[in-house]
Design a binder for this molecule. Structure first.
Ligand SMILES: *Cc1c(COP(=O)(O)O)cnc(C)c1O
Length: 381
């Protein structure tokens, strides 16, 4: 079965007892036992629930993996995974990491290094427990070669974990390229409607899967059955939504690429993007995130993004509605100015999570606000 068919049917068989086409939400904390210790598959919702099982079947299928574990959030999933590490273990991550991932490791006794991809061989010599990265990265949408990096890590005995939140299983399946674990914040494109927080881990390794489920239960990072149900509802349209996110992101990138107020544009779907070739080889689409460096001062950049009518100023991404974010003052505000500039996160950098509205309206909104700003700038003071 192809992707959109799996998205509708896997894990969504009608309810055996009543025939309900949409399976019910099992809002129960506990389950009746037929005799002490004799369950019908579930005993307590922190350990498991039919809504988790259905969503896990679907996520595993969409990632072309064998097993999935759903958790309370992306970071909840990271906690369930990181509980496998031992004090003294080291983790290397590639630049362009979600801020919360960085903060998580900085608060653990794990030795954690964020490195340039050019340093990978040197760091793998120390045989770290994990190599962790995102591709495309946040917020500059760099592309890393998954197959190449996984193969290097494997030779060192290092597990590779890929945060696939930006690409989604619709456009990229890292397990097929050699990754050991695919990690998702299902809060973003997978849920897709900005109404539920969740996370997931997908793997082909039965020992890893057992460890994730044990850790979820023992730490308590399970989702609610309702959240699992909502996530499943969102997933059914992932394929349709991603096609539109991508179409709109491409249209906006092409419009902005020739705009005089734009310095740089970061979208892996553009031929001029340095990662375009690798992206085209390992992805089937380029997703809906676009970052733009405007030739504007901090003040003018903030004025521009506050005035958009259709792009809501907010953190997060991947919902049906368009959002805009200013990394320098929002997601990356805690990084000292000099370091932030060196990372390429200038005052004029703006990140768009392009929604699935009609593209003409989105472009019109951006164009109108840019024109207003040009007029203000041109007016004699
Ligand atoms: C949001 C996000 C996370 C964290 O997920 P939560 O669901 O917010 O806990 C991790 N990685 C990426 C790339 C994200 O965008």
């Amino acid at each position: 079965m192809k992707f959109k068919t799996r998205a509708i049917h896997i894990g969504s068989e009608p309810d055996a007892q009543t025939g309900a086409v949409i399976p019910p939400i099992y809002m129960t904390s506990t389950f009746e036992q037929d005799a002490p210790g004799q369950t019908r598959g579930y005993d307590y919702t922190r350990a498991g629930n039919p809504n988790f099982t259905r969503l896990e079947e679907l996520l595993a299928s969409l990632e072309e993996g064998k097993f999935a574990t759903v958790c309370s959030s992306g970071l909840g999933a990271l906690s369930a995974m990181a509980a496998m590490l031992n004090p003294g273990d080291s983790v290397i991550a590639l630049k362009g990491l979600y801020g919360g991932t960085y903060r998580f490791f900085k608060n653990t006794p794990i030795s954690f290094h964020v490195i340039d991809v050019e340093q990978i061989d040197e760091y793998l010599e120390q045989k770290p427990a994990w190599l962790l990265f995102e591709t495309p990265t946040n917020p500059l949408l760099d592309i890393y070669d998954i197959r190449k990096l996984c193969s290097k890590a494997k030779s060192a005995g290092t597990l590779t974990i890929i945060d696939n939140t930006f690409a989604t299983p619709c456009f990229q399946n890292p397990l097929n390229l050699g990754a050991d674990i695919v990690w998702h914040s299902t809060t973003k494109y997978i849920g897709g409607h900005s109404d539920v927080v969740g996370g997931a881990l997908v793997t082909n390794d039965t020992n890893l899967d057992e460890a994730f489920k044990f850790n979820r239960m023992s730490i308590g990072v399970n989702p609610s059955p309702f959240d699992a149900w909502l996530t499943m509802r969102g997933l059914k349209t992932l394929g349709l939504r991603m096609e539109h996110h991508q179409r709109n992101a491409m249209a906006i990138s092409e419009f902005l690429a020739s705009h005089p107020l734009v310095g740089k544009i970061y979208y892996p779907g553009l031929k001029a993007h340095p990662g375009h070739e690798v992206a085209s080889a390992q992805m089937t689409g380029y997703s809906g995130m676009v970052s733009v460096e405007f030739n504007l001062s901090l003040e003018d950049t903030l004025r521009l993004i506050k005035n958009f009518k259709l792009f809501t100023l907010a953190e997060s991404l991947g919902g049906v509605e368009s959002l805009v974010n200013h990394p320098a003052t929002m997601t990356h505000a805690s990084i000292p100015d000099k370091e932030r500039m060196e990372m390429g996160i200038s005052d004029g950098l703006v990140r768009f999570s392009v929604g699935i509205e009609d593209p003409e309206d989105l472009i019109n909104d951006i164009n109108t606000q840019l024109e207003k700003l040009s007029m203000v700038k041109a007016a004699p003071s």
